[in-house]
Design a protein around this ligand. Sequence first.
Ligand code: CO
Length: 157
Amino acid sequence: MILKIETGEQNPILRQKSAAVSKIDKKFKKFLKAMVETMLAKDGVGLAAPQVGVNERIVVLNLRIDKKKWQTIALVNPIILDASVATICDDEGCLSLPGIVGEVERFATATVKFLDENGATRILELEGLNARAIQHEIDHLDGVLFTDRATKIRKDK
Ligand code: CO
């Protein structure tokens, strides 16, 4: 099922802090599946639950494994445990802010702790595009949009 994407810089759903997930049940797993389908249908690298109107701490990512391989993953209640001192500045966009891009400085690598779709605790070390994506998506859970952090905001060509 493809979910409707919330848009707009002042959209109150996108601007509030989301609550932690306390129960992982069958209905919840269905929602995760719909989030993944929506992300893939919209060609997103990641999607956070507030972007589909749900203010809960859930993120899905399409992780880049190598040049040809991508893998989807759901991260429930994700937190960044550790990040590199090094940062990288690069272009970002967002499905909730269509038509604009901007440069955002992010940690080059990030270690993230989360619950998977079965409720098991997992830890992943992410780098490159994957590290950028998880930082962008966790911002969504705190009501932060990339334009709050970006420089050189411009129209996407
Ligand atoms: Co976004």
